[in-house]
Design a protein around this ligand. Structure first.
Ligand SMILES: Cc1ncc(COP(=O)(O)O)c(C=O)c1O
Length: 464
């Protein structure tokens, strides 16, 4: 079992981020407090105690010159909001809360997790570059890197990123980042942070380690920043929103390493993009303005501005409220996950169960090292009867919902082989940990006995 004691104890240090009145206090607030207070407005006009939806397309200025200054650097702390495609106070609140929970330096919300991953790809890489991508990957992200990457002239070099020798082999002088998932969907692999960071941050490389931390629930089960990760990305549609209400994404910059200073690999952060120079397009030096927060500054001012994949303030408020119960949901769901994993493993109709808490799980040792408060809220399983039985059982569930989502308050299941991973080759699926019989189960908040009852009645119905 991962240590529950990793959550920081009281220290005489101000919290680095999170916003709101809690920034003034002189100690490190714990996770449960941050999830409720971080991101609240400091001096709310009406004294409101949650984050209102600022449903306004643009913002009024007394002086034209103030508006024009704000246009120059929309994310400079001294400048106010200008236009809601670029920033909005509700989005700000959600960004501060997510950043605080991931122990980051700055953050940005996006219209979806996919839009957030895309923003990372197009902002850091370009024609002729390559990126190293873990095969322990959500099927949609695999497709995104392979196809959208190829269309942009960016090569995704897929490999088992825990094979550090292989990672070293595929890196070259056009490599722009390493991309992994903190708990891979659905492979349930865990990255070797120490090994990957030693490679990514080596003085002759200085590239970011990008972690899709969706499955570790916004810092609850793991804060990749603690292990040196540079950029965290989330599908906030999952544990952050938490109730299946919202499609959203988020990016957090941890600001702890100096990859941003690498002007050879990341000329855009330094206002030196050679492609823009060719066309005489003016550029800003975000590294000069923001130092180790240059990446989010660049995303806010350039990439989000040009792609327009902003999040609506309605959705941001859903994230903000969803996060208030994050640890309560995760604690309960983790317990249920553990119980159901053991119950299923002992069941005669079950062939195997993939649960990181089992000592014989191939990533158990890394989970022990890097996860906290348990082993997540998703398991995988295969039944006697393989893929055919998987489909029968799924159709026989009465309570468990068949859907493509995870991280909801309801228990959800999916069969990747026949759906989202259908068009991938057997070898690709194998590398992604997807077998014909695999059922992914994301545990919700229902009574454990009702989930067990649903399995039992489904087993009765679905005979070979
Ligand atoms: C790990 C992971 N990353 C990214 C995504 C894409 O996020 P979204 O559906 O919010 O675009 C998903 C979606 O399932 C996911 O599971």
């Amino acid at each position: 079992m991962g240590s529950l004691g990793k959550t920081k104890e009281l220290e005489n240090e101000p919290v680095q981020n999170g916003g709101g009145k809690i920034e003034e206090r002189r100690h490190q607030w714990r996770f449960d407090t941050l999830q409720i207070h971080a991101g609240l407005e400091e001096n709310p006009v009406h004294g409101h105690i949650t984050l209102p939806i600022y449903n306004t397309a643009s913002f009024k200025f007394e002086k034209l010159s103030d508006m024009n200054n704000a246009l120059e650097d929309m994310s400079a702390p001294e400048n106010k909001h200008l236009y809601s495609r670029l920033s909005n106070p509700t989005n700000d609140g959600a960004e501060r809360r997510i950043t605080a929970l991931e122990d980051g330096a700055d953050g940005l919300v996006y219209s979806s997790g996919t839009a957030a991953v895309y923003a990372i790809l197009v902002s850091l890489a370009g024609m002729g570059d390559n990126v190293i991508v873990s095969t322990g990957l959500h099927g949609g992200t695999f497709k995104q890197f392979r196809k959208a990457g190829a269309q942009l002239g960016i090569e995704a070099r897929f490999c088992d990123t825990n094979d550090l020798e292989r990672v070293r082999q595929v890196i070259n002088d056009r490599t722009r980042f390493i991309f992994v998932e903190s708990l891979a969907n659905p492979k349930l692999s865990v990255p070797d942070y120490d090994g990957l960071i030693a490679i990514a941050h080596s003085p002759n490389l200085k590239i970011p380690l990008v972690v899709d931390a969706t499955f570790t629930a916004c810092g609850y089960f793991c804060q990749p920043a603690q292990y040196g990760a540079d950029i965290i990305v989330h599908s906030a549609s999952k544990w952050i929103a938490g109730h299946g209400t919202t499609i959203a994404g988020a990016i957090v910059e941890t600001g702890r390493s100096d990859w941003q200073s690498n002007r050879t690999r990341f000329p855009r952060l330094h206002g030196e993009d050679p492609d823009l120079k060719k066309f005489d397009v003016s550029q800003d030096n975000w590294y000069k303005t923001a130092g180790d927060k240059a990446f989010i500054r660049y995303l806010k001012n350039d990439v989000l501005r040009d792609t327009g994949s902003c999040l609506s303030p309605y959705a941001s408020q859903q994230l903000f409220i969803g996060l208030e119960t994050l640890s309560v949901r995760c604690e309960r769901q983790e317990k249920t996950t553990r119980s159901i994993a053991h119950w299923l493993r002992a069941h005669p109709r079950v062939a195997w169960v993939g649960y990181l808490g089992f000592e014989d799980h191939p990533y158990h040792h890394l989970a022990l090292k890097y996860l906290q408060r348990g082993f997540g809220t998703v398991i995988t399983l295969g039944l006697i009867g393989g893929g055919e039985m998987a489909e029968k059982i799924i159709d026989a569930f009465k309570l468990i919902i068949t859907t493509t989502n995870v991280g909801d308050s309801k228990t959800l299941c999916n069969h990747h082989w026949s759906g989202v991973n259908k068009h991938y080759s057997k070898e690709e699926n194998e590398e992604m940990g997807v077998t014909e019989d695999l059922i992914r189960l994301s545990l919700g908040l229902e009574d454990l006995q009702d989930i067990i009852w649903d399995f039992e009645q489904a087993f009765d119905q679905a005979q070979l």
